[in-house]
Design a binder for this molecule. Sequence first.
Ligand SMILES: [Zn+2]
Length: 132
Amino acid sequence: MGFRDRLQRFMYGRYGQDQLGIFLMAFAMVLFTISIFTVPYVYIAAILIIIYEYFRMLSKNRAARYRENAWFLKHTAWVRNGFARIRYFFTEGRKYKVFKCPRCGQKLRVPRGRGRIEIRCRKCYEQFIRKS
Ligand SMILES: [Zn+2]
């Protein structure tokens, strides 16, 4: 039996890697880098994080690990959404301008750079003029 088969058999039924795991490993790497310049506690913290992540990857309690990852994803959603919003602002967002309907408050997206245009609200059909 080759190494790959043995590894596969060993990993069978175990949890493996997830987003939380990737984050923990990256965080540990940052701590290792910091520890070069600073106190030894940072180094110890990095090692503890890696041990914890190996425990997670090799764990057979998949439900518990899944819950941890779900908790992590839930509490970091604002960071990921923030990055998505910034990316949108610099790509698609540049092509459009968003106006609020003066009557109902509906947000309306119009192409940018068309000069003064008449916008019709798609919700209440109010018409108003804005510079795009
Ligand atoms: Zn409206």
